[in-house]
Design a protein around this ligand. Structure first.
Ligand code: AMP
Length: 126
């Protein structure tokens, strides 16, 4: 079910539960600001989700509400994950779905990191 981002943060969402340790995840990186784990239904040989530790629904929510330290920590973590995975060469794609039209399914901000094959050209044409 796509996320309606006009709704407030729902603390029972699956990524909030992963952050609280209530359900397992295949973690690839963690620091004070971010957690990265393998997507449960990978769409590329490398498909990692990087989430901030704070309670934010999507990117614009995060940009408006998060502290400078949270924003810097999260953005840096995404870059660290890319390098630790060794995908900075030959390359990778970052994607953040936000809201109904993007078909965001989990209402906790996450960036998808895809790598490990040729990823094609941007969006699938209509
Ligand atoms: P989005 O459509 O951008 O909200 O993507 C949500 C992603 O979360 C999808 O790629 C799912 O496969 C992934 N996902 C859902 N539940 C889990 C889980 N428990 N562990 C890892 N990834 C998950």
């Amino acid at each position: 079910m796509p996320v309606d981002t006009s709704q407030p943060y729902d603390d029972s969402n699956i990524f909030a539960r992963i952050l609280r340790g209530e359900i397992p995840a295949a973690k690839v990186y963690e620091d004070d600001w971010a957690l990265a784990f393998n997507d449960i239904a990978p769409q590329a040989p490398t498909h990692v989700l990087v989430i901030p530790k704070g309670a934010y629904v999507c990117w614009d929510d995060f940009a408006a509400q998060a502290s400078d330290a949270e924003i810097a920590g999260y953005v840096r973590a995404i870059g660290i994950v890319a390098r630790q995975l060794g995908v900075d060469t030959p390359g990778y794609r970052l994607l953040a779905n936000c809201g109904l039209d993007s078909h965001q399914e989990v209402p906790h901000l996450h960036v998808h990191l895809f790598a490990g094959r040729k990823l094609g050209h941007m969006l699938v044409p209509e």
